[in-house]
Design a protein around this ligand. Structure first.
Ligand SMILES: NC(=O)c1ccc[n+]([C@@H]2O[C@H](COP(=O)([O-])OP(=O)(O)OC[C@H]3O[C@@H](n4cnc5c(N)ncnc54)[C@H](OP(=O)(O)O)[C@@H]3O)[C@@H](O)[C@H]2O)c1
Length: 264
């Protein structure tokens, strides 16, 4: 496991790869910079199919918040910077309504250079109040996915989908593709990420582990229980030392990158 080094030059290259104006193969990089290019390049490269990736920040004992719902400082400074880089690489970021209500996240890019992605909240019962900060801040598109007719402001888009217990993650993915999103970050919580994971829609899952123990509180991913370890999902995994946190980069589906112009 190597510590990644996200220098200004590395991040500029990653943003250029995202915009399709540069390649990943050229350049004189240190070994730690090359690891950073590998980690973020896998998400930045243009691909043949829209890409969904997820990130969860958790403690050593697998918790994502305290019992009272405090999730603010689970990830260390470098884990937070990593999350903001993922937002910068995404066209849209998706959260479940419980995260919106508990954490009031802004879902903006503040700890990295890059544009704010569209904000999408899955809120089947229309529980998110219209004065939630992430709906009022007009610096990005705002979309609520609902299974009911809760009224929203004119500048907030509503996707109305049917539910059968859950709203199908495939239906959500199809609706987001229809809106033109190519890269979608599923940012939590664990229930929402699990829906996309179990539907086989995630290309990458990032689990960032911070060295603290919380004792109780919501667990990371709440996937369907399995009877034996033989049935456990065992994705190919690369580990990265972010600094304050350790990142498990799980490869769930291979990228098929489209041709990128090479600088040489
Ligand atoms: N450490 C981290 O990285 C991190 C990140 C995010 C959140 N969190 C923490 O995680 C906790 C919340 O996470 P959570 O897993 O309990 O909830 P969540 O994923 O934030 O939200 C789940 C809710 O969203 C709606 N939802 C999501 N997907 C749906 C689907 N496919 N179909 C229908 N409804 C869907 C449902 O709303 P209804 O309940 O209305 O049916 C569901 O109960 C909070 O404590 C938050 O602080 C931590």
């Amino acid at each position: 496991m190597q510590r990644i080094s996200v220098t200004e030059a590395v991040w500029k290259r990653i943003l250029a790869v995202k915009s399709g104006t540069s390649c990943l193969c050229c350049g004189d990089w240190s070994s730690n910079e090359r690891d950073a290019l590998r980690l973020y390049g896998a998400l930045a490269s243009a691909t043949e199919v829209p890409q969904f990736f997820a990130q969860i920040g958790q403690s050593l004992d697998g918790r994502v918040a305290t019992v009272s719902g405090d999730a603010q400082d689970i990830s260390g400074a470098d884990g937070l910077a990593h999350l903001h880089r993922l937002r910068a690489l995404a066209d849209a970021v998706v959260i479940g309504v419980k995260t919106a209500l508990h954490d009031s996240p802004q879902l903006t890019v503040r700890l990295a250079e890059g544009e704010n992605p569209a904000r999408i909240v899955i809120d089947p019962n229309g529980r998110l109040p219209n004065d939630a900060g992430l709906l009022l801040d007009t610096s990005a598109r705002r979309i609520v996915i609902q299974a009911c007719d809760a009224p929203r402001a004119d500048d907030v888009e509503v996707i109305r989908l049917k539910r059968d217990g859950w709203i199908s993650a495939h239906d959500i993915a199809q609706a987001l593709r229809g809106l033109g999103f190519q890269k979608v970050l599923v940012e939590g919580g664990g229930v929402t990420i699990a829906q996309f994971l179990e539907a086989g829609l995630l290309h990458r899952l990032h689990v960032a582990i911070a060295p603290l123990l919380i004792g109780s509180g919501p667990q990371g991913l709440s996937t369907t229980p399995i009877p034996s370890l033989a049935e456990a999902m065992r994705p190919e995994t690369h580990t990265y030392d972010l600094g304050s946190d350790v990142l498990f980069d799980c490869v769930l589906a291979a990228n098929r990158p489209t041709a990128i112009p090479c600088a040489h």
